[in-house]
Design a protein around this ligand. Structure first.
Ligand SMILES: NC(=O)c1ccc[n+]([C@@H]2O[C@H](COP(=O)([O-])OP(=O)(O)OC[C@H]3O[C@@H](n4cnc5c(N)ncnc54)[C@H](O)[C@@H]3O)[C@@H](O)[C@H]2O)c1
Ligand SMILES: O=C(O)[C@H](O)COP(=O)(O)O
Length: 527
């Protein structure tokens, strides 16, 4: 078979591939050249430079697998690959240490003005008085995102005798306690942190997490390290916060637009130090991700299970036929439940009632976990890694079964328990059609597809109309609407299936309406 390696991947990985297949290494292909050449290949190996767009994937007549030598798969159109039955795999562990150590290097360099002093000396100067730094010992470090890299940074910061506060809504208190650090809310971190470091994915929820409003809440003199993904910080707001004296300095490895243009204002500020997305650039990391991705690509071409598959479920055919109709339903129920959940997830319970309780439902429980975890994690959670990911986050998973049901032949319910309460979603199949029939104890009939707006409100005349008018003004079509009375006197909840996305601004306007006390938009089709 033929493999194309289109980015700089370590020779050792390329050699592993060459021992089994014919390999071409071609860097810097233009999009058109890639589209023209891709039909002859069975596998494509990339880092972040090659953009495996829908157009590339649609042209890939023989492609069976795309291997990403690294973590982020945002340069690959996963949806298009999945639709075409192309397995996408990544190498999520190989560069964790490299990115962790780069974060520490950036934090130290920021604290002690190392790049600025270096430049001054290279210019022939001896400016001992100009580069007064600060110590890290005794300072408070805010870690936002406590996954693989955030955890590594937290451990190293403890060795520097820093006080570590971490925010990650999807990590248990137990995990933080085991690490010897404190979980905190974002506002607490903003108010207390002397240093802040980001290690979370870029998602619609995290885009511009650090913005003007948030910078205004920060402790004066905070230093910020950004080695996660460009876009989590609003760069223009960062520049304003530095100019206003709120942020004393920033160390930035990843940018909203890469490669960075020379006119980027961050490059003009002396107290901003920068590296060109070097987090994963160590020999060890590049060797690790290349060897890992090569092993994955070979396994995929041999049709063997791949533990780092991003998009393909390894379900045995016989089991698949029995449970296939329920896969999408349970995944979407997991997604809805996690959108409803507010605190730290402690456990996920999946209960099977009726005939469905008689089949091996393990894969359905895994599909539920996938639905819960995918909207909140950077790494792609699939049928292979979902249980391990849940375990590593201290989330307990329980399956319960009973042959008895009251109203439906089969009923599956997903309960998420968090430190701020429980949420339960139940669903069934009407013929072949998946339906959510219960949300937090309220009887509904929701097709788990597209966008669902959930609005708890006071049961007063005019409120439903006000929401409808606001959506109408924004040209957002309501496809169906259900209103249920809650057990709390005078309170109801609206469930609206809407045709197009609702921007944050409009959601805020809905929340601000008189008599409304919340608005959540669930995207069943996210990721
Ligand atoms: N600079 C580089 O070269 C480089 C190298 C590797 C990874 N990265 C990036 O670093 C980041 C972290 O990677 P990782 O391997 O640790 O990923 P990970 O999936 O292990 O960790 C991400 C963490 O973010 C948390 N999270 C999700 N949404 C959140 C939110 N709204 N608020 C707070 N936390 C949230 C998740 O619970 C998870 O624990 C990713 O953005 C990745 O792309 C950059
Ligand atoms: O997602 C990743 O693995 C890192 O951002 C590194 O990307 P790179 O392989 O392009 O250096």
């Amino acid at each position: 078979m033929k493999i194309l390696v289109s980015d700089k991947v370590s020779d050792e990985g390329v050699e592993i591939l060459r021992q089994a297949h014919e390999v071409d290494v071609k860097h810097n292909l233009t999009p058109d050249e890639l589209i023209a050449t891709i039909p002859q290949y069975d596998a494509l190996v990339v880092r972040s430079e090659t953009k495996a767009t829908r157009a590339v994937i649609e042209a890939a007549a023989n492609l069976k697998v795309i291997g990403r030598a690294g973590v982020g798969v945002d340069n690959i159109d996963i949806q298009a690959a999945t639709e075409k039955g192309i397995m996408v795999i990544n190498a999520p562990d190989g560069n964790t240490v490299a990115a962790t150590e780069h974060t520490m290097a950036m934090m130290l360099a920021l604290a002690r003005n190392v790049p600025q002093a270096y430049r001054s000396m290279k210019e022939g100067k001896w400016e001992r008085g100009k580069f007064m730094g600060v110590e890290m010992r005794g300072k408070t470090l805010g870690v936002i995102g406590l996954g693989r890299i955030g955890t590594g940074v937290a451990k190293r910061a403890l060795a520097f005798e820093m006080k570590v506060l971490a925010y990650d809504p999807y990590i248990s208190e137990e995990k933080a306690e085991d690490l010897g650090i404190e979980l905190a809310e974002l506002d607490q971190i903003y108010a207390q942190a002397d240093f802040m470091t980001l290690h979370l994915p870029l998602t619609p929820e995290t885009k511009h997490l650090l913005n003007d409003g948030v910078f205004a809440k920060m402790k004066k003199g905070v230093r910020i390290v950004q080695c996660a993904r460009g876009g989590v910080i609003d760069e223009a707001a960062l520049v304003r916060a530095i100019e206003a004296g709120i942020v004393a300095g920033a160390a930035v490895d990843v940018f909203e637009k890469e490669p960075v243009l020379p006119e980027n204002p961050l490059l003009k500020l002396d107290n901003v130090i920068v590296t060109p997305h070097l987090g994963a650039s160590t020999k060890e990391a590049q060797l690790g991700v290349a060897v890992d991705v090569a092993a994955g690509v070979l396994a995929a071409l041999n049709e063997e299970p791949v533990t780092t598959a991003v998009n393909m479920p390894p379900v045995p055919l016989r089991v698949m036929q029995l449970i296939k109709p329920y896969f999408q339903l349970v995944e979407k129920m997991g997604t809805l439940a996690v959108y409803l959940a507010e605190g730290r997830i402690q456990s996920i319970e999946v209960e099977y009632k009726g005939e469905i309780s008689e089949v091996d439902s393990k894969m359905l429980t895994i599909a539920t976990l996938k639905g819960v975890l995918n909207p909140i994690l950077q790494e792609a959670v699939n049928y292979i890694n979902a249980p391990t990911v849940a375990k590593s986050r201290g989330i307990k998973v329980r399956e319960m079964k009973s042959q008895e049901t009251e109203h439906f032949a089969n009923l599956i319910s997903v309960r998420i328990r968090t430190d701020k309460g429980d949420h339960r979603v139940a669903g069934t199949l009407f013929g072949e059609e998946a339906r959510i029939v219960m949300i937090d104890g309220y009887r509904v009939d929701v097709t788990p597809r597209g966008l669902l707006l959930i609005v708890p409100h006071n049961d007063h005349p005019g409120i439903i109309g006000a929401v409808g008018s606001l959506l109408g003004e924004k040209k957002i079509n309501i496809m169906s609407m259900q209103v249920v009375r809650t057990e709390e006197a005078g309170k109801s909840i609206m469930f609206l299936e809407v045709e197009s996305d609702i921007c944050n601004d409009s959601l805020l306007k809905i929340k601000a309406l008189n008599g409304i006390f919340g608005a959540k938009l669930v995207n069943f089709d996210a990721k």
